[in-house]
Design a binder for this molecule. Sequence first.
Ligand code: URP
Ligand code: ZN
Ligand code: ZN
Length: 463
Amino acid sequence: MGTLIKGGKVVSAAATTVADVLIEGETIARVAPAIDEAGHAVVDAKGMFVLPGGIDVHTHLDMPFGGTVSADDYEWGTRAAAIGGTTTVIDFALQSMGHPMMEAFKTWRAKAEGKACIDYALHMAVTDLGPNDVWLDDVDAMVAEGISSFKIFMAYPNVLMVNDATIFKLMQRTAKLGALVCVHAENGTVIDVVVQQALAAGNTGPLYHALTRPVLAEAEAVHRVVAISEMADRARVYIVHVSCEESMREVAAARAHGLPVMGETCTQYLVLSLEDNMGKPGFEDAKVVFTPPLREKKNQAPLWQALKDNVLQVVSTDHCPFRFADQKTLGLGNFTKIPNGGPGIENRMQLAYHHGVNAGRISLERFVEVTAEAPAKIFGMNPRKGIVAAGSDADLVLWDPQAKYTITAATQSMHTDYSIFEDFEVKGNARQVFSRGESVVEGGRFIGAVGRGRYLHREVAKR
Ligand code: URP
Ligand code: ZN
Ligand code: ZN
């Protein structure tokens, strides 16, 4: 006996079709116009879209950062993800300077063990190639463990930032392997000077986090890393959290030049702005201190257009939550001490759907592509994830396009005492969510077992 999802509209990047979906065990057995109900448990999906479970490729769960640890661990972060219609996350394991990558891999697997509520994978954030670059070989070892993407930071000097030589060497290795390098692109050393000048001038409030990180510092880093990747045998590159038109144009230029350069933006840059969401009295702006910072509103339309035109391929969240009361306040009197990051894993699908599809900025099919199908393909999980097709994991979302929902911290599952999208009204929400065939979310509540999520072994690209 299987579970038959009957009469919904199945959506992929290519088309929307009325079809039944038969789940047997953990996978999709059939997708066809009219599957016989006999012997199956039937789920009526009339009026619903049947979407592939969302994939959020940029999260920071249980991550030590800014003198504290991000507020959602694997249990709470993945529970919130599932409630919002996301059934896979790719989180970051952070290599500690002076330590091999394998240590970070084991540490992050242990963080997820017994806690992850949905399937998860890991990127390896590389901070140190070791004495005589001995840990470059760790890159191969990580690929063997199913880590097909690496992350480098061009910002956060003395914490996570790596220099151009490290980037170049890493990319020479990933180019050979077909692995991907994800890049936090910002000129960290220039920003540091601007930051010190602001503090010296007495500008210590949270707004100055945004004002000391110019868009050109982001665009310059994108330009530089693209050039480095071209020199490094045209290594595959993915620019994370593109926040402004200037950086997006660098990605567009690289792609027009035929380079394997891809990019994402995040929900916060698509719907929030410097004008609308900063400049509040007191310390309130600390709630939206993340990096890159909120940009001027004029950037939103070009980012949406870039998603539509496939200049950018993915919408992620960069979910890195910190509570306001006892974590963000570490930066009272000095904005550089505010832990950088914001909560969003729960709201990605709602916001991308409402402000994308309902607003006519992207099609329903493109919504599915940027939230599930393209992430699976880019990050080596296709066809197991990201698509409603026979043989794929039965990660499915019954999406109710008529459901109205008001985002508020009072009802969210994320463990922050505020929402950066407080009072945002959306139409379109997950009604039921399946993860590997199991109904894990019904009526906005997670009903699966904690710890049921599995580690995903990902593939590198064929070169
Ligand atoms: O502010 C942010 N984005 N915090 C998480 C670390 C990063 O840069 O992605
Ligand atoms: Zn970043
Ligand atoms: Zn991040």
